[in-house]
Design a protein around this ligand. Sequence first.
Ligand code: PMP
Length: 295
Amino acid sequence: MLKDPTKVGKIWFDGKMVDAADANVHFLAHSLQYAGTVFEGERSYGGQLFKLRKHTERLFSGADVLGFSIPFSMDVIDRACQQVLKTNGLVDGYVRPAAWRGSDKVGLSPIGASVHVAIAAWDWPSYFSPGKKMEGIRLTHSHWRRPDPQTAPTQAKASGLYQICTMSKQIAEEQGFDDALMLDYRGLVAEATGANIFFVINGKLHTPIADCFLNGITRQTVIDIAGLRNIEVIERKIMPDEIATADEAFLTGTAAEITPIGSIGDIYLKPGRVCQQFISDYSELTSGRSESLKV
Ligand code: PMP
C-alpha cells in the first residue's frame, strides 16, 4: 500500500531508483517556470499496465511537440514503469511518468536545457467515489474553453494545458460538483477536466471529434469495444443544447475508467444499460479475462 508517493516508497528518477523524498526538482526548472512538462497516467490491473506502450508513445510524442527529446528509449521507459510498480509492491496501481526541462537554463529559451524523466506509482482505486460512480457523477459547466490547436499544443498531454482544467475542477468541487464539462473555443462540447465524454442517443454512441483535446486511450478503447458490440459510434460536433437529448452519458479516462454521468448542469441523466455494458466490458478487458474483447 502506497498512500503518499511523495514521502513513501521509491521513484525512478533519471534512470535510478531513489527514495521518494529525494525525488526533487529545483524551483527554477524550466518546465516549472514555463509549463513545459509532459506526463502520463497509467493503470495496472493485476500487475499488468494497461496499454503501456500507447502511454509511452504519447509521452514521447508530447515531448516531441514541445520540442525536446526524452533521453531514454521507449523500452527503457516501459520497463521502468513496470519496475516502479513492482518495487513499491503495487498490483493494482496508478503510474505517473513525467518528462521535463531542468533548471540549467533560467531564461525563456529552452535550447540546451537538460531533459529529465521520473516515474512514480501509488494506489488510486477509484477517481470518483464508488457510490457516485453507480448513481452517476454531477458535472457543472466550466467557463473555460479548450483552446484552438493553433493556440496551444492540444494533442500533447502537457502540463500547460491543465491550467484551465485544474481551475475548472477546483470551482466545480467548491460548488459541490464532481467535475466540469468544458466546451471548446467554438462553443462545442469538448470533454471533462481530465476525461473524454460519450453520450448514448437512441442506442448509438455520440462523442465529440478529438480535434482540440486529447484523443484518450480509453476513448479509443471504448470505440473499439463498441465496434465489437456492433454499437455505432458517431464522432461529430455536439452542441451543448443537444445534451438534453441524451439517454445516458459517461466519461472515459485512465483514472476515471468508465464513469456514468448523473447530471450536467440542470440536465439529469440516468445511468442505464449501455453505461453498465461498457463498465463491464472495460473491466473484463483491463483484467485480461476477456478472450472475445481483445482490442
Ligand atoms: N482528457 C484529458 C484532459 C485527460 O487528462 C485525460 C486523461 N489522460 C483524458 C482526456 C483521457 O485520456 P486517457 O484515456 O488516455 O487516460
